[in-house]
Design a protein around this ligand. Structure first.
Ligand code: HEC
Length: 473
């Protein structure tokens, strides 16, 4: 009863303009509109400048944002406001831009206004690398994706995307690459003509992208607005906008069933979206799958929620959760290393909060080992042709685990004191590519047999490397 009375009073107060005092955020909003909206969008969704909403910059320190606004960002179009805005005005703007976007809308007409089909000429002469051993390297610090010959480790070309954390996609015949950024931008790059074909902004804030097996449909999973946008890869026009009414976890392509799989962070459901018929099938699961992987047979989906208390195994044939496994320490499943040994299949995955690499036997769904690591890792990777699993440890060290004994047998330290993260192998497993995940970072290439460094390519925060063949799992 008490609570009820309180609510009513609160409503009266907020509805009555006499009681509404202008807040810091309100004045920030006005100042934003007159000083910032031309580049960052009236609704803060971003135009030539990036979005300024809680979803993208909410976790940044006030001091850091204040510094950016005061001094601008050198060598970019972000101006300095030192001369035109007072300290308390900048403080008001900072408080406003950290608020969430209000019922964000980004419709087909908005997407179409951003669509640009490029008439750039390709590289000449056109390189002809072995496309099956081809790499994309995502340079997070510059917002670029580099295209690299995997036999010689030479960089051939690059495309600029803007804020990007990973996940560029090849289509199945390795003819095109699709690069999806955090702010909804999607770029199509033609890998035979060696040129950007076009780009468009499919959302305001995006989780990841997926391409259909036939290469005709690109799916963009957005958190703002909460939807999936399907794009015709030929024309780069949006064909469908599917509302999710929930926060997407991730979208992946399930080749054998010709569907996109969609998971949610806030809802215990997994959706199948058929890219031809657009029919959606919904599976109920026992917890939201904010993170998951699909085993190579594509029958089981192994998922966990953000709390990561247990693993759930969803059988896509019976459409039921067949097993739930207790665990601890927040497994990172999307980056599991999946491999075969002695006729059995295994998945090895790190934990975001525990310095452990868990090795699970697939189909039996039993944990066979928890390998203690030097620190909490994020990515584990292996290759059929090598007998070790490489895992990062949130430190300068990559630890190397023997597949048979499940003991740590070696390590590499690409740069002492600098964070080493994310491993990818060449098609034949002869070389491992490790990122130094820093602004003055690099991709360091090791011979997997001798562990000798063979090459070092400087990059600004190279967040990921993607080999055309090894991306199959
Ligand atoms: C003339 C265009 C322009 C105006 C006006 C402008 N900005 Fe920017 N802003 C940019 C661009 C472009 C960037 C991205 C620079 C880069 O890193 O490439 C940026 C970046 C930023 C960033 C860093 C975002 C991040 O994710 O790191 C902040 C914060 C920011 N602007 C705030 C503001 C505020 C607040 C105002 C108004 C007081 C403003 N900007 C006005 C163009 C502009």
């Amino acid at each position: 009863m008490k609570l009820f009375v309180y609510c009513i009073t609160a409503m009266i107060f907020s509805a009555n303009p006499l009681y509404a005092e202008p807040t810091k955020t309100d004045s920030g909003k006005e100042l934003y509109q007159s000083n910032c909206s031309s580049c960052h969008h009236p609704e803060r969704y971003g135009v030539s400048g990036p979005p300024l909403i809680a979803e993208t910059i909410g976790k940044r320190k006030d001091a850091d944002l204040t510094e950016t606004i005061k001094n601008g960002l050198p060598a970019t179009n972000m101006p300095s406001f030192k001369a035109s805005l007072k300290d308390d005005e900048i403080a008001a703007i900072v408080s406003y831009i950290k608020t969430p976007a209000v019922s964000p809308r980004w419709e087909t007409k908005d997407i179409l206004t951003t669509r640009a089909v490029s008439d750039t000429k390709g590289l000449s002469p056109r390189p002809k690398p072995d496309m099956t051993n081809f790499f994309m390297v995502v340079e997070g610090g510059k917002g670029d994706v580099h295209f690299m010959d995997g036999d010689t480790f030479t960089l051939l070309d690059k495309a600029h995307v803007g804020a990007i954390h990973g996940g560029p996609k090849f289509d199945n015949n390795l003819k095109n690459a699709y690069l999806g950024g955090r702010d909804g931008w999607v770029v199509k790059y033609d890998l035979t003509e060696w040129r950007e074909v076009g780009r468009l902004r499919a959302g305001i804030n995006t989780r990841n992208i997926a391409v259909s097996t036939d290469g005709k449909v690109l799916a963009v999973a957005n958190t703002l607005p909460e939807n999936i946008v399907l794009i015709n890869t030929e024309t780069l026009e949006p064909t469908r906008n599917i509302s999710l009414e929930g926060k997407v976890g991730a979208i992946y392509t399930l080749k054998s069933k010709e569907v996109f799989v969609i998971s949610f962070r806030d809802r215990p459901e997994v959706w199948f979206l058929e890219w031809n018929s657009l029919i959606i099938s919904k599976f109920r699961v026992d917890q939201p799958f904010s993170d998951f992987f699909i085993e190579p047979g594509e029958r089981f989906l192994i998922g966990t929620s953000r709390e990561g208390k247990h693993l759930s195994i969803l059988d896509l044939e019976s459409r039921k959760i067949t097993k739930s496994l207790e665990g601890e320490g927040m497994p990172h499943l999307a980056s599991a290393a999946i491999y075969k040994d002695n006729g059995k299949m295994y998945a090895a995955f790190p934990h975001i909060e525990e310095p452990t690499l868990t090795v699970m036997e697939l189909y039996k769904w039993s944990v066979i080992e928890n390998v203690k690591l030097k620190g909490t890792g994020f990515f584990a990777r292996t290759h059929d042709n090598i007998n070790t699993i490489w895992v990062d440890t949130g430190s300068d060290t990559i630890q190397i685990v023997d597949k048979k004994t499940l003991k740590i047998v070696n390590e590499v330290v690409p740069s002492p004191g600098k964070k080493a993260m994310h491993i990818e192998f060449t098609k034949d497993g002869k070389y491992a590519l490790v990122s130094i995940w820093e602004n003055d970072g690099a991709v360091v290439i090791y011979d997997t047999a001798t562990l000798k460094e063979v090459k070092r390519l400087p990059f600004m925060k190279p967040v990921g490397k993607y080999n055309a063949t090894n991306k199959k799992y």
